[in-house]
Design a protein around this ligand. Structure first.
Ligand SMILES: [Zn+2]
Length: 74
């Protein structure tokens, strides 16, 4: 049974993106658009899945705190 990665690095800017991100596997709409351009120019880079459970745990904790902060601002 294969499992989809819970997080990976944005293929454009190498920022960490969680599978729960709306723009997954990209960090943002901007990078998604850049990726389309790369396909067109033949410079596509494959995403790098993160499989380290400790790192994933840490990243999800960070994400949770960031989300709370952003909700505050909104
Ligand atoms: Zn990106």
């Amino acid at each position: 049974m294969s499992q989809a990665p819970k997080a990976l690095f944005c293929p454009i800017c190498r920022k960490v993106v969680l599978a729960t991100d709306p723009d997954f596997p990209f960090c943002s709409e901007r990078c998604r658009v850049i990726d389309l351009g790369k396909w067109a120019s033949g410079g596509y880079v494959i995403s790098s899945p993160i499989h380290d459970p400790d790192l994933l745990d840490e990243l999800e904790g960070l994400r949770d705190r960031q989300h709370k902060t952003r909700t505050d601002e909104d």
